[in-house]
Design a protein around this ligand. Sequence first.
Ligand code: SF4
Ligand code: SF4
Length: 441
Amino acid sequence: MKHTPELASRMAKTLDYEEMLGCMRCGFCLPTCPTYIRSKDESASPRGRIAIMKGVVDGLIEPDDGVEKTLNECLGCLACEPACPAGVRYSVLLEDARAAITAHKRATGQMDVRERVIRKVVFDGLFLNKSKMQTATSFLRFYQQSGAQTLTRKLRILDWFPDQLQKMEAILPAVPARTERVRRPDRVRATGTTTARVAFFSGCLMDTMFYETNANTIKLLQAAGCDIVIPESQQCCGALHGHAGEQPGAVVLAKRNIEAFESLDVDFVITNAGGCGAFLLGYDHLLHDDPAWKDRAERFTAKIKDFAQVLIEVGFLDRVTLTLPDQLITYQDSCHLRNVQKGALAPRVLLQAIRGTTFVEQQHADHCCGSAGVYNLLQPRIANDILEMKMGHVRDTAAQTIVTSNPGCHLQMQLGIQEHGTPSMRAVHLADLLAEAMDPR
Ligand code: SF4
Ligand code: SF4
């Protein structure tokens, strides 16, 4: 990226200077940061990244490729935020800086053709358009079911693709048929007495590749006494746009989602993917400069909750018995569920209520697994190092079942099992494990 004064001034306009000044350089965030733990390099730490952003805005550092690389190598896991005694909102600085760089590269023709095409297809095509996402998923199902996948593997066609893509292809879940995916009603009544009225945020990947997990989440909420509405007009949360510097696309999706949910008379808007939940919670910041949307966004975000938190709140454990065959279970936190939604406790309470099983806490369960959206595809070297460390801690627990609360973590743990695990291990979403264990009283 060529240094131009325009980028420094664009970052100066976009970044909240007071927020950067809030960093008192205490370093409390350093031991929580996976990229710093891996490299011991100050520029790969939260404190270092904030200093670099501030240096660019102050005109002391040229906003060159090195600056972009440092920001791109951040996982966005936000383990640094709860550790910060000054309450610096690092997430806001990171997303605003990435948005400024992306907008600058696009405006000055510095984005190469390959990146332009990928961004166009992924952000303007797939994730901005629900029906295109459904169609793409149907192609994936065709690939999996028609014999094309078997042939591709036999002919070693995947050898032409990057290693990381080959690894991810091997662990993709079997996609359900489109006919199965559209059969769901948009309203589901509670079993027994109603405890809450909720709306379900079904997500894009969760509602295609992980459709079964969504179906199980609805089943659990129903058993917990929730009347559930699933608005058809809802869209992708926009997290991938937001984290990749594509803020205009994220804003479009945020507005569509607020419109889809705001007229519903519900107590909670429920998510079952930590990454989506955290991004929905950030809509108030995303739209804080827009007077027509600011209050609407705040009303929407006030209702966001993870399904595990709601299950505990409405007394799910008083209504059902959870039982599974004897096994050791460990939990891998979704960074965004833990660090943004403050939802670390509820999954552990639910897992510890499953009779016949033993819950084992792994060391550093709160550290990112290296998935971080599409980070494991874009930064495979760092992501794989982080995953290897993670799997060492998982193996120390001797657990057979690794539970997660986010689709990216789920796939990453499957990759971890494939690369560093044992044949008896499996990765499973919390909703799927609870549904497996549920025996209504
Ligand atoms: S978001 Fe995660 S990787 Fe990035 S600086 Fe914070 S702790 Fe480090
Ligand atoms: S913990 Fe907060 S104040 Fe301290 S160095 Fe990190 S970001 Fe700055």
